[in-house]
Design a protein around this ligand. Structure first.
Ligand code: TXE
Length: 479
């Protein structure tokens, strides 16, 4: 399969005619090629977006709404094909892509298609000064969206949908590791009647194609999700051009379990929050802290449950854990297991590569639990982004709060307790953008989403995303 860029409503090869191999994580084989796009391709995409902007930014909200809803419906109609493509490209179980990734991509278009019709601007009467102020929310122009490989279409559309709903035109780049569903989205957008040039999709490497988007002087805003180091680099490149930035970066999220929680619910959710999508979600609760009085029981129950998870080919209905996204990523995750042992960590289960019959070269790894002795060890501090979690006991609320916050990241935190006072106290003090109490990854698209510290800058979700993708202009009239 040779995929193409989607520029000005046309599918086109890269100008250089250079291509990159695309691997299937489930069997380790090359199954397609993607454009190795250069600055020239990005320039073509920018020109198409710039040309489309005057008409699109003047398109009525009702019409924008209709087109976005249509995209959402077409995604739902093609659920099976999209789920299979996502799974083949990323290694995740098809069942997960079908239940979460693709429905969520459809919801992104439906939600922001509706949200833009409800996005009100402010007005303020300056009493005693005979003046009235009103604030316009104007689209920025051409914006850049760069997304990662872990939730490919889910995160790609999480950016594109609010950007175009708000009247911008987009130059977007999916991860070079998982380009297929973004490619298929081009066809859907065309069929839904999205005018040519409103969405342009350019495929290629981060350091060439992605960087060309960030360096483009007239792409005025960048919404990026990916690694913390890349986010820092993008901020440095974008700063002299005063671009608007929204950076959703890594996480190393605490999952804090108190003895007074609803145990069974906590146990089942903790298995999910640890290993969903092979642990490759920025929100995964990869640092598990358990109150000492239930630590031994939890350890035994958790290990038993995790040993029961089936690692297998993503297309099999019984598979719980599919393949990791790429060989280099598998190797990186496995290195952390060695580091853990060097740092006196005890591997309670997992830790080894899995050979799946008929797919011996796939990137499979056992779900791994490491009991650590010290919360400052590398496996408890650095983002591993794979099916690897740490566990350790704690005695007091103050002690666990300190350990939870003593990390460079601050994306999310989960707390299991039925004590209201503790819930309020800890929610206030945990350093994270998203706190879940007695649940995990329950997402309401109206709520702000984003992190603090090395987990990023800015918020997306709901009106926060529409605020990011617009400029506020205040008009003051004296009468
Ligand atoms: O991400 P990159 P990678 C974390 C996770 C993972 C690590 C590295 O820990 O192991 O990041 O993953 C594009 N200018 N997360 O290497 O490189 C790139 O092409 C512009 C957390 O895959 O940050 C891709 O489209 N763009 C995370 C996107 O950025 C650049 C999800 C992300 O790639 C670029 C994924 C550049 N200089 C990884 N360099 C999360 N927050 O969910 C790369 N890109």
């Amino acid at each position: 399969m040779k995929i193409k860029n989607y520029i000005n409503g046309q599918f086109s090869p890269p100008i250089s005619d250079e291509w990159i191999d695309n691997y299937c994580p489930a069997n380790g084989e090359v199954y397609g090629q993607i454009p190795n796009s250069s600055t020239k391709d990005v320039e073509e995409a920018y020109k198409a977006a710039k040309e489309a902007f005057p008409a699109w930014s003047n398109t009525t909200l009702e019409k924008r709404n209709r087109i976005l809803i249509k995209i959402s419906e077409l995604l739902e109609d093609n659920l099976q094909d999209f789920a299979e493509a996502e799974s083949k490209d990323n290694g995740k179980p098809i069942s997960l892509a079908k239940a979460v990734d693709i429905p969520r991509a459809a919801s992104n278009f439906r939600f922001f298609g509706n949200a833009i019709t409800q996005f009100a601007s402010e007005s303020h009467e300056s009493i005693g000064q005979n003046a009235i102020n009103y604030t316009l929310r104007q689209p920025i122009g051409v914006v850049g969206c760069i997304s990662p490989w872990n939730l490919p279409l889910y995160l790609f559309t999480w950016k594109i949908a609010p950007a175009i709903a708000a009247g911008n035109c987009v130059v977007a780049k999916p991860s070079e590791v998982t380009p297929i569903t973004a490619y298929l989205l081009g066809e859907i957008c065309k069929a839904a009647g999205l005018p040519n040039g409103v969405l342009n999709i350019v495929h290629g490497l981060g350091t060439t194609t992605g960087q060309a988007i960030v360096e483009h002087p007239d792409i005025k805003a960048i919404s990026f999700t990916g690694g913390t180091a890349t986010g820092a680099y993008i901020a440095k490149v974008a700063a002299p051009m005063f671009k608007k930035l929204s950076l959703e970066l890594g996480g190393k999220n605490p999952n804090i379990i108190f003895a007074d929680c609803d145990y069974q619910d906590m146990l089942e959710t903790t298995v999910r929050s640890s290993f969903s999508n092979q642990g490759q979600i920025c929100l995964c609760g990869s640092r598990i802290f358990v109150e000492a009085s239930i630590y031994d029981k939890f350890k035994a129950d958790f290990v038993q449950k995790v040993k029961g998870l089936k690692v297998g080919h993503p297309s099999e209905a019984t598979t719980n854990i599919g393949a990791l996204v790429s060989k280099p990523h598998l190797e990186k995750v496995m290195q952390y297991i060695d580091i853990a042992k060097e740092e006196d960590g005890i591997v309670l289960c997992g830790g080894k590569r899995v050979t799946v019959t008929d797919y011996e070269n796939g990137y499979y790894l056992e779900p791994t639990i490491i009991e650590i002795q010290n919360d400052q060890c590398s496996v408890n501090q650095e983002e591993i982004f794979g099916p690897v979690v740490t566990i350790m006991p704690f005695k007091t609320e103050d002690e666990v709060l300190e350990m939870a916050n003593k990390v460079k990241y601050g994306l999310s935190a989960t707390l299991w307790t039925n004590n209201l006072k503790r819930t309020m106290n800890m929610s206030n003090q945990l350093q994270a953008g998203i706190i879940w109490i007695n649940t995990w990854m329950l997402r309401d698209l109206r709520t702000p989403f984003g992190g603090v510290k090395a987990s990023g800058v800015g918020r997306e979700g709901g009106f926060e995303a529409l605020r990011f993708f617009t400029e506020a202009k205040n008009v003051c009239i004296k009468y």
